[in-house]
Design a protein around this ligand. Structure first.
Ligand code: IDP
Ligand code: MG
Length: 142
């Protein structure tokens, strides 16, 4: 969009929900001035998760990732704002919580428990194409 207003899909992963970090993550999104458009707490089924992570099919961590992501409820949210896709990725920090910068969600709240899937608190769409695909997948009615 020429206005720069975008939508992205944010997931607070089962580790974040389990550890009571939902409020902190949503607080950071709101503090940055982004808007929650839709939000839902749900345990995702395997088919949805395999589709969501389709780009990682065949990688060693894929099965563990799908299992971890289905191990409890996630908060799925559509978040809107100026350049929110790339900016939320900055807020989230690097994929590996051990390398994510302090001040980022993963750097401050993430903890890798040595499981086959990195437990890093949040997901955020990585491009406008991914955002459109993922929002349609998680919220078909939007
Ligand atoms: P991203 O979430 O920062 O976009 P991706 O490379 O797309 O990172 O990986 C998707 C998710 O898969 C990560 O957030 C993490 O939970 C998990 N993951 C990525 N790389 C590894 C790995 O090397 N081992 C275990 N899990 C991984
Ligand atoms: Mg990714």
């Amino acid at each position: 969009m020429s206005s720069g207003i975008e939508r992205t899909l944010v997931l607070i992963k089962p580790d974040g929900v389990r550890r009571g970090q939902v409020g902190q993550v949503l607080g950071r999104i709101e503090a940055k001035g982004f808007t929650l458009v839709r939000m839902d707490l749900r345990t995702a089924d395997k088919a949805l998760l395999e589709e969501h992570y389709a780009e990682h099919v065949g990688k060693g961590f894929f099965a563990g990732l799908v299992e971890f992501m289905g191990s409890g409820p996630v908060v799925a949210a559509v978040v809107e704002g100026h350049q929110v896709i790339s900016t939320f990725r900055v807020l989230a920090g690097a994929t590996d919580p051990a390398k994510a910068a302090p001040g980022s969600i993963r750097g401050d709240l993430g903890r890798d428990w040595g499981t086959p899937a990195q437990q890093n608190v949040v997901h955020g769409s990585d491009s406008p194409q991914s955002a459109a695909r993922e929002i349609a997948l998680w919220f078909p009615s939007l």
